[in-house]
Design a protein around this ligand. Structure first.
Ligand SMILES: [Fe+2]
Length: 337
């Protein structure tokens, strides 16, 4: 009764409306895997009250759509699985310059290899290691190649799986071209085409290794970690991961990236989201869900990851959009596209 009375007064006085300006919802175009985006979005909404709509697609596809929509885009934030789709948007001038603290958040001690946006208009959010998943029933770890280049050789005929359509594979070629040269990368692709076995997706290639269809496959680390978690532990799975290391092109790290769109009508809220995604809290929310590498020393992955510093990843420079186009042409030339 008393409560009803109070409520009545509140309504009469117009006090039920929240004070202060309303915060706008934001829309994210995301090429990231769903679990990671959702985990960060949920934690962000709980903290700020800002609602997040996520539109999911491949990073390439979303970047293409954003380029087409330009200033008219309904998106506020773009979250890509790779660096190259972001570079295309940056080169087209479609991204907003981010605050200094946001772009610096991922460059603490030990993280100097994390790529930096030249125009301060995007930031890396996680690292993904290129690895070899192998089945110990079919091959011993010592028998695996010590350089990714060797997997293209005839002695690997029918024994190595790869995913030519994956974004990380494209970044692998960009890295190889950058570290070595175009001819080496093309010959590697031609060799893989002749001797390797193509799979449509990283998860499919991993499943083939797991059931003993093929001894080994080139994938990203997190597919394996996800499978281990889903299956209920290491003793429930057959396959293991091999890290090539020693700064071999096959030990590359690729990076997921995030940015705010120029065309966003809610830039304050969008910047807040990006700020959150690189904060200790946001990174932890992501690292609890996804076996990608958090890029801050104060965040612990909930997966048993080989430490970032021990990967032995090569230092490849931040590539340009043209590098990506060049790598795509090599794939085409090799008949893999
Ligand atoms: Fe992926």
């Amino acid at each position: 009764m008393a409560l009803n009375k109070v409520m009545g007064w509140a309504v009469a006085l117009g006090l039920t409306c929240a004070a202060g300006p309303a915060l706008a919802d934001i829309t994210i175009y995301s090429g990231q895997h769903k679990a990671g985006t959702d985990a960060v979005a949920k934690a962000f909404t709980e903290k700020t009250g800002i609602q997040v709509n996520v539109k999911k697609g491949s990073s390439e596809q979303m970047a293409g759509q954003l380029a087409e929509e330009g200033e008219r885009t309904p998106a506020d934030v773009f979250w890509a699985e790779q660096t190259s789709p972001m570079l295309m948007l940056s080169q087209k001038g479609l991204l907003v310059k981010l605050p200094e603290n946001v772009v610096q958040a991922m460059h603490g001690e030990g993280y100097d290899a994390v790529p930096k946006a030249e125009n301060q208009d995007w930031v890396a959010t996680s690292g993904r290691a290129r690895v070899v998943a192998y089945n110990p029933d079919l091959i011993k770890e010592e028998e695996l190649a010590t350089s990714v280049l060797d997997y293209a050789k005839p002695e690997w005929k029918g024994r190595i799986g790869f995913v030519p359509t994956s974004g990380a594979f494209l970044e692998q070629i960009i890295g190889m071209t950058d570290m070595l040269d175009e001819e080496t990368a093309l010959n590697w692709l031609l060799g893989l085409k002749d001797n390797g076995k193509q799979y449509a997706k990283n998860s499919v290639a991993l499943a083939a290794v797991e059931r003993g269809e093929i001894p080994a496959a080139l994938i990203n680390n997190y597919y394996w970690h996800n499978m281990v978690r889903e299956q209920g532990g290491l003793d429930k799975v057959k396959s293991r991961l091999n890290f090539i290391g020693h700064e071999d092109p096959g030990a590359m790290m690729t990076y997921a990236t995030i940015a705010v769109l120029n065309g966003s009508d809610n830039q304050d809220e969008a910047v807040k989201f990006v700020e959150y995604a690189v904060s200790q809290e946001g990174q932890q929310a992501f690292a609890n869900e996804r076996a990608e590498y958090p890029l801050r020393a104060d965040v612990q992955s909930s997966f048993d990851l080989k430490p970032y510093k021990e990967i032995g990843a090569p230092k490849t420079s931040v590539t340009t959009f043209e590098d990506k186009e060049k790598a795509a042409r090599l794939l085409e030339k090799a008949g893999l596209k």
